[in-house]
Design a protein around this ligand. Structure first.
Ligand code: NDP
Ligand code: 2IT
Length: 453
């Protein structure tokens, strides 16, 4: 493990002390700190203004009770969170995650990542994240609605177009954003479109927002491949997960001439040696809200379903060129990275937030595999959310083609910023360093300009 700069080590020790037990937040902070040694050495003004100490402490953390009544008439209690991490560049911006594993440490790691990711997009958005330990699995639409309404009954007082703008993440998609927006509108008596993003297109949403994170990750991977005169054309690809990000990563890879041979959910993996049937997959996941086992049943002998298996081990059995982890944090272990490297993977781009363990990232970079960290590779989602806010502010709506062009341009810009920053700091091709320093300096300079607040 690289040593931290002597000025940064005590700051990290304090992060550990102050945020005891929040291991994902520690992991995210350490990953950024490891990149910042030379930045701190070169720019004493950051240390003088205690920028690092301040950037690790959220501006505001809200934790609240979410009571609701299930279909059987029982009262259920969940915990809600919104961590407003940094607003130096714009209103807090970031998604809401509904998953039983959510606790404060999850939301803080995601909020921290979001600060640098949003900065890297070059758009006027700060960083935040929220969510709940609510488990949507097996819940009726009426239960989801009552939960969302109760969640918003507290959250509404903390958010706003110029304050904090939530969106979706795991367990929160268009349906949930609809229920949340409806309750916000009802309580405030304002049609304040830009208070949430990921809305439906006939009530203030943007075309391409649904596709944006997955498409963006594929665009980013394509830019990385180009640096070695390679492309998706003719490639074989693994995409983990089968939610919003995964589905549209698969779609874009297919459009670019690649073949995605497997995807996964928390119960298992489907491996279709000749490529996934995306139309069927979308029907099962988006329309029927089913599981991958349902997809495999419907697809028959073209599909091999493996319960409780790791998607990455497929690289052991068949040639794989590119891996796009699009499910959840720490889903790709050191051992998985070893399998991918030993079998000739050339590029890995993180569609999810922090899906690769720190050891896995080191294995990829040591083996000169092109590695695009989530902060850069999955920034297309939040960037398109910022485009949705622009459309809301101007009461306009853009075409699919125009919005997709903007997304592609933004992803190329992020790639360029990573490459140039890595070059400037003497580590060409190190996208982790490029993304961390590129994002950090933009936020840090704004914080310096705004004074000690
Ligand atoms: P979805 O809820 O649509 O899908 C999540 C997928 O990941 C599902 O297939 C789910 O399987 C799987 N998954 C979730 N938790 C686990 C787990 N503990 N183990 C194994 N599989 C798991 O979420 P998204 O697609 O929106 O989000 C996926 C990732 O992308 C997350 O890391 C998110 O933070 C990140 N992201 C999302 C953005 C967005 O715009 N939505 C933007 C940028 C990043 P199952 O159904 O079995 O739970
Ligand atoms: O992790 C992320 O960037 C998201 N879940 C999207 C956030 C957003 O505000 O669109």
């Amino acid at each position: 493990m690289p040593e931290l700069h002597p000025r940064i080590q005590p700051i990290f020790d304090e992060v550990l002390r102050r945020n005891a037990g929040e291991v994902e937040f520690h992991q995210a902070a350490l990953e950024v700190f490891e990149s910042l040694g030379r930045v701190i050495a070169k720019n004493p003004q950051y240390a003088e203004a205690s920028i690092l100490e301040r950037i690790c402490e959220p501006e505001r953390q809200i934790i609240f009770r979410v009571p609701w009544v299930d279909d059987a008439g029982r009262v259920q209690i969940n915990r809600g969170f919104r961590v407003e991490f940094n607003s130096a560049l714009g209103p807090f911006k970031g998604g809401l995650r509904f998953h039983p594993s959510v606790y404060l440490g999850t939301i803080k790691f995601l909020g921290f990542e979001q600060v640098f990711k949003n900065a890297l997009t070059g758009m006027p958005i700060g960083g935040g994240k929220g969510g709940s330990d609510f488990d949507p699995k097996g819940r009726s639409t009426a239960e989801i609605m009552r939960f969302c309404q109760s969640f918003m009954t507290e959250l509404y007082r903390h958010i706003g177009e110029y304050t904090d703008v939530p969106a979706g993440d795991i367990g929160v998609g268009g349906r949930e954003i609809g229920f949340l927006f409806g309750q916000y509108k009802r309580i405030t008596n304002r049609y304040e479109s830009a208070v949430l993003t990921g809305k439906g297109i006939n009530w203030g949403g943007s075309l391409v927002r649904t596709e944006a994170t997955g498409y963006g990750a594929a665009f980013f991977a394509q830019e990385m491949l180009k640096t070695r005169e390679q492309s998706f054309d003719g490639s074989r690809v693994l995409v983990s997960g089968s939610g919003n990000v995964a589905l549209y990563a698969i779609e874009k890879v297919h459009q670019m001439g690649g073949t995605v041979v497997a995807c996964s959910d928390s119960s298992g993996v489907v491996y279709d040696a000749d490529g996934l049937d995306l139309d069927l997959l979308r029907q099962v996941k988006e329309v029927d809200r089913g599981r991958l086992s349902d997809y495999a049943d419907a697809r028959g002998s073209a599909s091999d379903y493996r319960a409780d298996s790791s998607i990455w081990s497929i690289a052991d059995a068949t040639h794989i060129d590119v891996a796009l982890p699009c499910a959840t944090q720490n889903e790709l272990s050191d051992a998985d990275a070893r399998v991918l490297v030993d079998n000739g993977v050339v590029a890995v781009a993180e569609g999810a937030n922090m899906p690769c363990t720190p050891g896995a990232v080191r294995i990829f970079t040591d083996a000169s595999v092109l590695f695009g960290p989530g902060k850069a590779a999955n920034a297309g989602g939040v960037a398109t959310s910022a485009l949705e806010m622009q459309q809301n502010a101007s009461r306009d709506s853009w075409t699919f083609a125009h919005t997709e062009e903007r997304l592609e341009e933004i992803m190329r810009g992020i790639h360029e910023r990573c490459v140039e920053t890595a070059d400037e700091y003497g580590e060409p091709g190190n996208y982790v360093l490029g993304a961390n320093i590129g994002g950090f300096t933009r936020v840090a300079d704004a914080m310096l300009a705004l004074g000690v607040i």
